[in-house]
Design a protein around this ligand. Structure first.
Ligand code: SR1
Ligand code: MG
Length: 433
């Protein structure tokens, strides 16, 4: 039972149930699209995320997905209030993403600020990518689509594309999303490295590794540098939670959903989140294959996707910069002669090299939090045999620790894939706690 008195909600806000949503939709112009008698629409609440309600509404004519923010963290309950304004930031981010990466986000049909509710295109027959990967489904268009999404959005919301004035306007627009940023700051960059109430891990198997991470000064310095970068580097509008649970897709269509964590932050956080979740799924395959080696071909696909995502992203980001680098960062006027053009090309490469290092650090942080922190992911959680799960998690932690502390030793994305392959092959199965 929700304790509404503790929660800050504006007048007019109410948590919708199925009948409440039916009545709401019946009073909107959208009713025409759904058609027929509202009593005949089927409505189900299907949200399995950590924060919100998600309803699927279907009529004989069409369907919609409806997302409503709750005034608290769904995963934990009403003891953890969370502002409804996240629906505003999600709506704003979706609108910006639709402009820069048309066709790669769901269309918005209606937004109700008071109810913190967004009615969106129903993505059908798309499934959440994480679930597809657990079933061993390859997605041939994924790397191309997601790299387009990231390159377009990150470049076009940066000061490489914008005037300083407009760029600062974007910073102002997203500056209020602090509660969602706070979740990231605490759950990703702090709590996994200390004893915290929210933490959990596959105990007792990982007790030793969790303790050594809490005692690892080099790692704690490295994650603190990343945290500072997350807090204080407004490079572009980032999605803020770009894991494989925020991607819905089929073999030939990819959509990025759920940008409620969006704010002006470091680009590498998005790219790293994606790569982290591919790598976690890679290590989790030991728990999803029918017999040893059954998913070997799929493992090759995953690591190839890791490499492709970075390489295509890098190429496309540079291409955007070459074609649209009219922002106040790196003023074109300073690099117009042939020597200047060559220098600018070198600068772009250096920029991408720095972004690659950020990506690896953030990827590592995202991997560690899913194993030692509050919110885990089903790639690992659905492995019912605890020793097998702990083996996958221990391997993930080993790679993550090295990526974060020895970032400089990874000269290319190929070396990251190679390290994952090596750890997966050589680090023995966990035998005892
Ligand atoms: C308390 S929220 C936990 C996580 O759920 C979201 O999907 C984000 O990843 C957040 O860190
Ligand atoms: Mg989400």
């Amino acid at each position: 039972m929700v304790n509404e008195t503790k929660l800050q909600t504006p007048p007019g806000y109410r948590i919708l149930d199925i009948d409440g949503l039916r009545a709401l939709l019946a009073g909107l112009p959208l009713r025409e699209k759904l058609g027929g008698d509202p009593k005949e629409w089927t409505i189900e609440e299907v949200g399995d995320g950590n924060l919100n309600l998600v309803f699927i509404v279907r009529s004989s004519a069409t369907g919609f997905a409806v997302k409503q923010a709750l005034p608290y963290v769904r995963l934990v309950g009403d003891s953890w209030p969370l502002p409804l304004s996240r629906a505003h930031y999600e709506h704003m981010a979706l609108s910006i993403q639709a402009k820069h990466a048309a066709g790669l986000v769901p269309a918005i049909h209606h937004y109700d600020k008071t109810l913190a509710l967004i009615v969106m295109e129903l993505l059908d027959p798309h499934i959440i990518m994480r679930r597809g990967m657990i079933s061993g489904i390859p997605y041939p268009k994924f790397a191309d689509d997601i790299s387009t999404f990231m390159a377009a959005n990150l470049f076009h919301t940066s000061a490489l594309a914008h005037s300083a004035h407009d760029f600062k306007g974007l910073i102002a627009d997203f500056s209020g999303n602090t509660a969602l940023c706070r979740i990231t700051e605490d759950l990703i960059f702090t709590e996994p490295y200390m004893m915290a109430e929210n933490n959990r891990w596959t105990s007792p198997w990982l007790d030793g590794q969790a303790a050594s991470i809490r005692a690892d000064v080099d790692l704690k310095c490295a994650v603190s540098k990343l945290k500072l970068k997350f807090i204080g580097s407004p490079e572009a509008m980032i999605h803020g939670d770009l894991h494989t649970g925020s991607v819905m897709l089929t073999a030939d269509d990819t959509r990025v959903i759920d940008p409620e964590f969006a704010f002006m932050g470091p680009m590498g956080f998005d790219v790293g989140a994606l790569i982290a979740n591919l790598l976690l799924n890679y290590f989790s395959q030991i728990g999803h294959e029918g017999h040893v080696g059954a998913r070997d071909e799929y493992r090759v696909w995953i690591l190839d996707a890791v490499e492709q995502v970075w390489m295509l992203f890098r190429r496309k980001f540079i291409a955007q910069w070459e074609a649209h680098g009219t922002g106040d960062g790196y003023p074109a006027v300073l690099f117009e002669d042939p020597a200047g053009k060559a220098i600018l090309a070198r600068e772009r490469d250096a920029y991408m090299d720095r972004l690659f290092r950020d990506t690896l650090g953030f990827a590592a942080a995202k991997m560690i939090r899913r194993i030692l922190g509050l919110a885990h992911n089903i790639d690992l959680e659905w492995i019912t045999d605890e020793q097998t799960r702990a083996t996958a998690e221990a391997r993930s932690l080993l790679l993550a620790r090295d990526l974060m502390v020895n970032t400089e030793s990874y000269g290319s994305i190929g070396t990251v894939a190679e390290a994952a392959r090596r750890i997966n092959a050589l680090v023995p199965d966990i035998k005892g706690p």
